[in-house]
Design a protein around this ligand. Structure first.
Ligand SMILES: [Zn+2]
Length: 557
C-alpha cells in the first residue's frame, strides 16, 4: 500500500507534467478521477508489432486517442529489444518474461535443431513439433519452447486466482506473452480467432468472430485519411506497381485484405474488451493480466512499408482503438496499469528510402540465400553431401551446416562459410556459434553494445546457428519485392529494428519522459514491483524502472 502513496498520489501532477512540456493532455475525466491506492487490479500489456521508436517519433504529434493517455504517463522513447534477432517471436518473448532470448530460448521465429528429429527441417517457435500433425506452416500451437515463466504465470504462482489472458492476430505473440499457463489464448487463423487444441470457444469470442466474418463477407469502404497524412500520401514505384497511396478498401470475401489492415487491430481490441467483460477481468480477488498484441502495424509495414499513407491511416486507427479499450476499462471502474511496447522495430522499403535522403538502401543479393551459400561452400571445400550443405530460415541470422558430414568436415565447412560471409559487401558481421558461446552475456547500455554482444543476447545452445550472419545497415533481406505483401521488414541488429518505445500509464501517475535507453526486459520487473509481486532474485535479466516521476520510488521494497 505504502508504495503507491507517493507514486500515484496526485492527479494534479498530470497538470504539472504538462507544464514541463513533455506531457500530452490527459482526458479530463481521467485527470479528475482519484488516484487509486494499492496494487492495480489489471495489467494491460500491449504490444504493437513492428512499432519502432522511429514510427512512434514520427506519429506521436498527431495522436488524439489512446496514445495521448500513454504519453501522459512514464515515457521511455528509447526502449531496446537489445538482441540481434529482431523478429516477432524473440521480441514477444522478452516483453513479459524479463529475459533475453539467450536465456528464454526463443532465438528466432524459426530455428533448426540439426541433431534432433527434424534434422534440416525448421521448427516454429510456437509449435509442438512432437505432434505429428504439426508443421511450421500449420503448427499445433504450443508455448513449450519458452524456457521461462511469464509475468502472468509468476502472478498465478503467487495467487492462483489471477487470470492470464492473451489475444493477438499471431499465435506466437499469444504464446510468448501468455506463456505456459494461459486461461484464455486467442489468435487469428483463416478468418476467425482460434485457441489451443482441445479448448472450447466462449460466447464472447463467438460474437467477435461473427462480427468479423460479417465484415469480411460484406466488404467495407476505404478508411478515412487524416489531413496530417497528406505529405505521406504519394506513390512510390515498387516492381511494376506503386505503393504509398493505399486506403484499405475491403473487397467482399477477401480475408487477407481484412487481416492486413487496421480492421485486424480493431477486431483484436474488440476481443480484448469482450473477454474482459465475460471474465470480469480486473474485478476478481487477484490482479489479472490481459496481453494484447496488435499485429496490423507489422502486416501493413511488411506489405507497404512504414512511411506511406497506409501506415499513416493505420496509426490513426490504432490510436482510436487503444482509446476505445482504455475508455471501456475506465467505464467499468477498473484500476489498471498499462504498458505498451513492441516486439521489434522496422525499416521502410528501400524504394522510398532512396527517395528520402538515405545514402544506400538496397535489397539483399541472392548470393546470401542459404541455397547459394550451400553451393559456394561446396565449391570452396569440395564437400559433397546429400541435401543442403548449409541451411537456414532467411538470408540473415542463424545458418546451420549439414550433420551428414563428420565433425572435421563440418569445421571446414563452417570456416569456409564464415570466410564467404565476412568477404560479402552486404554482411556487417558473421560469428560462429563457438565464438558466441565463449562471449560473455552483455550488460550495460544496449545502445553501446557491439554487434557480437547483440548476437550473443539472442544466442542459445542447441537452437542457434553454427554461424550467425548479421546483414549490413539498411540491407533489406527480401531479394525481390512483393508489393502489397512483402516489401519491407526487420530482423537486423541495428537500432531501427532494436529501438522501440516503452510507455507506462496508470491513473493519477505523474508524467515524465526519460530519453535514456532502457530495455524491454525491464518491463516485467517494473510491473512486478508495481504489483508488489515477490520473485526470486535472478528471475529477470532486466531491472525495475522507477515509474514515480518524483521523489518516490515504485521499485523500493
Ligand atoms: Zn513482429
Amino acid at each position: 500500500m505504502r508504495r503507491f502513496a507517493a507514486p500515484f498520489a496526485l492527479a494534479a501532477s498530470l497538470a504539472l507534467g504538462a507544464c514541463a512540456g513533455t506531457a500530452a493532455k490527459a482526458p479530463s475525466s481521467v485527470a479528475e478521477a482519484p488516484a487509486p491506492k494499492g496494487p492495480p487490479r489489471l495489467v494491460v500489456a500491449v504490444s504493437v508489432d513492428q512499432f519502432s521508436a522511429d514510427t512512434f517519433a514520427q506519429f506521436r504529434q498527431h495522436y488524439t486517442g489512446g496514445f495521448v493517455r500513454l504519453t501522459g504517463g512514464a515515457v521511455f522513447p528509447s526502449g531496446f529489444q537489445s538482441h540481434a534477432a529482431t523478429e516477432t517471436c524473440p521480441g514477444h518473448s522478452t516483453l513479459l518474461t524479463g529475459t533475453r532470448p539467450a536465456r528464454n530460448g526463443i532465438v528466432a521465429n524459426n530455428w533448426y535443431e540439426p541433431d534432433g528429429p527434424r534434422g534440416d527441417k525448421p521448427i516454429y517457435c510456437a509449435e509442438d513439433e512432437t505432434d505429428p500433425a504439426s508443421s511450421p506452416r500449420n503448427p499445433v500451437v504450443s508455448p513449450g519452447h519458452l524456457k521461462v515463466p511469464t509475468l502472468g504465470e509468476l502472478m498465478k504462482s503467487a495467487d492462483p486466482a489471477t487470470r492470464n489472458v492473451a489475444v493477438s492476430a499471431k499465435d506466437r505473440a499469444v504464446m510468448m506473452m501468455g506463456g505456459h499457463k494461459i486461461d484464455q489464448a486467442w489468435w487469428w487463423k483463416n478468418g476467425a480467432f482460434v485457441t489451443l487444441k482441445g479448448r472450447a470457444s466462449t460466447p464472447a469470442v463467438d460474437k467477435v468472430n461473427a462480427a468479423a466474418a460479417a465484415t469480411i463477407k460484406s466488404g467495407a469502404p476505404a478508411l478515412p485519411i487524416p489531413a496530417w497524412c497528406a505529405a505521406a500520401d504519394h506513390a512510390v514505384a515498387v516492381g511494376n506497381t506503386t505503393l504509398g497511396t493505399g486506403r484499405f478498401v475491403l473487397e467482399p470475401g477477401k480475408e487477407p485484405q481484412f487481416r492486413v489492415s487496421p480492421r485486424m487491430d480493431k477486431a483484436t481490441v474488440d476481443l480484448a474488451i469482450a473477454l474482459t467483460d465475460e471474465m470480469g477481468l480486473g474485478q476478481g480477488s487477484a490482479p489479472d493480466v490481459l496481453s494484447v498484441s496488435l499485429s496490423a502495424t507489422d502486416y501493413v509495414g511488411h506489405a507497404t512499408g512504414v512511411a506511406g499513407a497506409e501506415m499513416c491511416i493505420l496509426q490513426n486507427q490504432l490510436d482510436q482503438d487503444l482509446g476505445r479499450l482504455f475508455a471501456h476499462l475506465d467505464a467499468k471502474g477498473i484500476d489498471y496499469v498499462v504498458v505498451l511496447s513492441a516486439d521489434h522495430g522496422g525499416l521502410d522499403m528501400p524504394e522510398r528510402m532512396d527517395q528520402q535522403a538515405f545514402p544506400k538502401a538496397e535489397r539483399v543479393d541472392v548470393s546470401l540465400m542459404p541455397e547459394a551459400l550451400s553451393k559456394a561452400v561446396a565449391a570452396k571445400t569440395g564437400i559433397a553431401v546429400e541435401g543442403p550443405l548449409v541451411f537456414g530460415d532467411a538470408p540473415m541470422g542463424d545458418l546451420y551446416v549439414s550433420r551428414k558430414i563428420d565433425a572435421g568436415q563440418r569445421a571446414k565447412a563452417v570456416a569456409a562459410l564464415v570466410g564467404i560471409l565476412r568477404a560479402h559487401p552486404q554482411a556487417a558481421a558473421a560469428f560462429t556459434g563457438e565464438e558466441l558461446a565463449k562471449t560473455p552475456l552483455p550488460s550495460g547500455n544496449p545502445q553501446d553494445w557491439s554487434l557480437k554482444d547483440r548476437a550473443r543476447a539472442s544466442w542459445h545452445p542447441g537452437r542457434s546457428g553454427d554461424v550467425v550472419l548479421l546483414l549490413d545497415r539498411a540491407v533489406t533481406p527480401i531479394p525481390v519485392a512483393m508489393p502489397g505483401a512483402y516489401v519491407a521488414t526487420h530482423g537486423s541488429a541495428f537500432d531501427y529494428d532494436r529501438r522501440v518505445p516503452i510507455l507506462f500509464w496508470r491513473r493519477g501517475m505523474r508524467n515524465f519522459e526519460q530519453p535514456q535507453p532502457v530495455e524491454t526486459v525491464d518491463i516485467a520487473p517494473t510491473l512486478a514491483a508495481v504489483l508488489g509481486l515477490k520473485v526470486a532474485d535472478g528471475t529477470f535479466d532486466g531491472r525495475c524502472l522507477d515509474l514515480d516521476g518524483g521523489s518516490g520510488n515504485t521499485c523500493a521494497q
